[in-house]
Design a protein around this ligand. Structure first.
Ligand code: SAH
Length: 400
C-alpha cells in the first residue's frame, strides 16, 4: 500500500522524520508532501494488509504535520480524458464504498496537457458512479461539504495518480477548535506544530508564546510534551471506508490513550496575549484539547512586558510565536520595545518568530541566526530564529 501525506510547504523534512518515527518507510519527498509505505512489512498477505492499515490509522491519529493521508489506488500514464475514465473505472469501488454514501472528488495538476480539470473531475465521478451502478445497482451522490468518501486525482504532464483519502476533514482540524471561534486568523495547527518541529524544541526546555491568540502553538507544544496524540478528539475518513477494521483502530486508540495518561511535563509552558478575550478562548481550547489545567500557564500581558516564569529561570528556553503582521486588524506591538524586552528579560532564550514581514529583524533590532521560508496558507512567510545572548551570571561577575 503506497501512501501520500500532503503538508504545508516547507514542512516536508520534519514530516519525513515524523512519519519514520511512526513506522513509515519514506519513498519520496516532493514539494508539498511525502510518499511512503509501512516499514517492516510481514510477508504473509493478510498480515501485511493489517500492518499497512495500522500505519494508516496511526499516522492519522499521531501526525502533527500532515494535512491528510491518501491511499494510492493506482497510477498510470495518460494522454486523453478517456484514459482517466478508464483508470477510475478499473478500481474496485464496490469494496471501498456503497451507493448510500456521498462522494467528493478533487483534481489537481501540474503541467497537465488537459484543458479542463473540471472535466477530469466529472469523468472520475462518472467512472465511479458507473462502476457502482454496475456492481451494486445504484450510484452515490455528490456532497462537496461533508462527503463520506473523498477521492483525489493528481495529474502531472504524463501520469495520473488516483487516491482515496483516509483522513476525512483536514488533519489540521484537531477537533478542539469551535467553529464559531472568534480567534483572529489562528495559525493552522499543523503549521504551529511545524514551527515547533523546525525549532528543534522537544519538551525538555521552557516554552513561551507571548502573542498566543487562541493558544494554538502552546496547545500543540503541550500535547507534544505530554505525548497526547493530536487526533484523539476527532474521527477520520477511514472509519467510513469499506474495509475499516474497528478492532485494529481501537488498538491504536488504546495505545494512544495509555501514552496520554503517562505523559509528564519536563519544563514549563507559558503563553500570553494582550487581549483578555483571547486568553479566555485559549484556556477553553486547551481544555477541549484534553490538556490538564496546569499544563499551560496563561496570562494577559503585552509581549513588550512579558517575562519568563520563575520556574523557567536559568538556562533559557524557546519562544515560538506568531505576532500580528500585515493587514491584520486589532492590537499591534512596538518593535523596538519588543526587541529590548527579548534581549533583557529573555537573555539566553531563542525566539522563533513567524512573520510575512521581511523587515522584522531590522525593526526589532536583532539579527537572525536562521531564516526558514514557509507558507501560512497562501501568504509567504519566514520563520526567523533570534538567539538572545545569555547575561553573565552573578557568580562569574564576582570572580573578576
Ligand atoms: N497564533 C495565534 C494567533 C496570533 S495573532 C493563534 O493561533 O490563535 C496575534 C495575537 O497577538 C493576537 O491574538 C493579538 O491579540 C496579540 N497581540 C497583538 N499585539 C500584542 C502585544 N503588543 N502584546 C501581546 N499580544 C499582542
Amino acid at each position: 500500500m503506497i501512501l501520500f501525506a500532503p503538508c504545508p510547504r516547507g514542512l516536508e523534512p520534519p514530516l519525513a522524520a515524523e512519519l519514520t518515527g511512526l513506522g513509515a518507510h519514506i519513498l519520496e519527498q516532493v514539494p508539498g508532501g511525502i510518499s511512503f509505505e509501512a516499514a517492516d512489512m510481514p510477508a504473509e498477505e493478510s498480515a501485511a494488509l493489517r500492518h499497512a492499515w495500522a500505519l494508516v490509522y496511526r499516522v492519522n491519529l499521531w501526525s502533527r504535520l500532515a494535512s491528510r493521508v491518501l491511499i494510492q489506488l493506482d497510477q498510470a500514464p495518460y494522454r486523453k480524458e478517456k484514459d482517466l475514465y478508464a483508470l477510475a473505472f478499473e478500481q474496485p469501488w464496490e469494496a471501498i464504498m456503497h451507493p448510500g454514501q456521498t462522494l467528493r472528488i478533487d483534481t489537481s495538476a501540474t503541467r497537465s496537457p488537459l484543458k479542463s480539470l473540471n472535466f477530469a473531475n466529472l469523468l472520475i465521478k462518472d467512472a465511479i458512479c458507473d462502476r457502482l451502478r454496475q456492481h451494486l445497482g445504484d450510484r452515490p451522490s455528490i456532497d462537496t461539504e461533508q462527503p463520506d468518501v473523498r477521492v483525489f486525482l493528481f495529474l502531472d504532464a504524463f501520469k495520473a495518480t488516483l487516491y482515496v483519502d483516509s483522513s476525512g476533514e483536514n488533519l489540521f482540524k484537531r477537533g478542539w477548535r469551535q467553529s464559531d471561534d472568534k480567534g483572529e486568523a489562528p495559525i493552522k495547527e499543523n503549521l504551529a506544530a511545524g514551527l515547533i518541529a523546525l525549532s528543534g524544541w522537544q519538551g525538555a526546555q521552557p516554552f513561551a508564546d507571548p502573542f498566543c491568540g487562541s493558544g494554538t502553538i502552546a496547545i500543540e507544544a503541550a500535547q507534544q510534551a505530554l505525548d497526547i496524540a493530536p487526533g484523539l478528539q476527532r474521527d477520520f475518513g477511514f472509519q467510513r471506508l469499506g474495509d475499516f477494521d474497528e478492532a485494529l483502530w481501537q488498538q491504536e486508540r488504546e495505545t494512544a490513550l495509555a501514552r496520554a495518561s503517562a505523559g509528564r511535563l519536563r519544563a514549563p509552558i507559558q503563553a500570553s496575549d494582550i487581549d483578555p478575550g483571547m486568553i479566555a478562548l485559549a484556556r477553553a481550547n486547551a481544555q477541549r484539547a484534553g490538556l490538564p489545567r496546569e499544563a499551560i500557564t496563561w496570562s494577559v500581558c503585552a509581549a513588550e512586558q512579558a517575562r519568563p516564569l520563575a520556574s523557567a529561570a536559568g538556562n533559557g528556553g524557546f519562544i515560538i510565536s506568531n505576532p500580528p503582521y500585515g493587514e491584520r486588524m486589532g492590537p499591534s506591538f512596538d518593535p523596538v520595545a519588543l526587541g529590548n524586552n527579548l534581549r533583557q528579560a529573555w537573555a539566553g532564550w531563542q525566539a522563533w518568530i513567524i512573520t510575512s514581514d521581511r523587515d522584522l529583524p531590522g525593526q526589532i533590532r536583532l539579527r537572525e541566526s536562521r531564516k526558514i521560508p514557509l507558507f501560512n496558507g497562501t501568504l509567504e512567510c519566514r520563520l526567523f530564529c533570534f538567539q538572545m545572548k545569555a547575561l553573565p551570571t552573578p557568580g562569574a561577575v564576582a570572580k573578576t
